[in-house]
Design a protein around this ligand. Structure first.
Ligand SMILES: CC(C)(COP(=O)(O)OP(=O)(O)OC[C@H]1O[C@@H](n2cnc3c(N)ncnc32)[C@H](O)[C@@H]1OP(=O)(O)O)[C@@H](O)C(=O)NCCC(=O)NCCS
Length: 171
């Protein structure tokens, strides 16, 4: 069982290192190095991470196992959402578990945590975007009752990619 705890400002460096590490772990072998570098040089900088941590409509959580970060979650509310910007919804923008801990129900605990927050706030739905080629994550989301409801474009460097949008209704 992991402990899920809100990421503090003082943990920005740990969050940055873990976010970048897991992004490369899962997507490096599927993309051009230059595109990975172009994206991460914008998305994974100390300034960017600190600004996201300061956004009152975003929340980051670590999954901790024996004092080690093994996963993280990023939730967006209101106008921090990358689409819809619906006050009755939460976006799960990121949910990552480091590879050596996959299949130990850590992703489940992070997802249940996100769904519990949405239910406690009496929101109507939770949504997320997932790369169309990320079959593993899509299977996981389907397992939790998310259904495809649209798509949007995403630039990874100069590669135009399609993210499928998936939604789980709570009411
Ligand atoms: C997606 C991810 C978070 C799942 O985390 P995990 O800790 O490995 O998954 P869990 O062990 O918690 O699995 C929970 C349940 O989902 C099921 N599940 C997990 N992956 C699945 C898949 N690909 N297809 C179907 N079911 C799946 C498990 O069987 C388990 O079901 P159960 O409750 O009936 O036993 C993890 O694989 C990950 O970090 N992937 C890489 C990063 C990524 O792609 N993130 C999403 C970006 S959009």
């Amino acid at each position: 069982m992991v402990t899920i705890q809100r990421v503090q400002h003082s943990e920005a460096d740990t969050l940055l290192a873990f976010s970048k590490k897991t992004f490369y772990e899962f997507f490096d072998h599927l993309n051009e190095p230059a595109n990975m570098e172009a994206y991460s040089s914008v998305a994974f900088t100390p300034q960017r991470i600190r600004s996201e941590l300061s956004n009152p409509n975003s929340e980051f959580y670590f999954a901790m196992l024996d004092n080690e970060v093994v996963g993280y979650l990023k939730l967006n509310f209101n106008d921090a959402q990358t689409e819809f910007k619906d006050t009755n919804a939460i976006e799960v923008e990121r949910i990552y578990v480091s590879g050596e801990h996959h299949g130990k129900r850590i992703g489940k605990q992070l997802m249940d945590f996100a769904l519990d927050i949405a239910r406690a706030k009496q929101l109507e739905y939770v949504w997320l975007g997932v790369w169309e080629h990320n079959d593993k994550a899509m299977g996981f989301y389907e397992r939790y009752g998310f259904e495809i409801c649209g798509s949007h474009e995403f630039m990874l460097g100069d590669d135009l990619q399609t993210d499928l949008l998936m939604k789980k209704m709570l009411v």
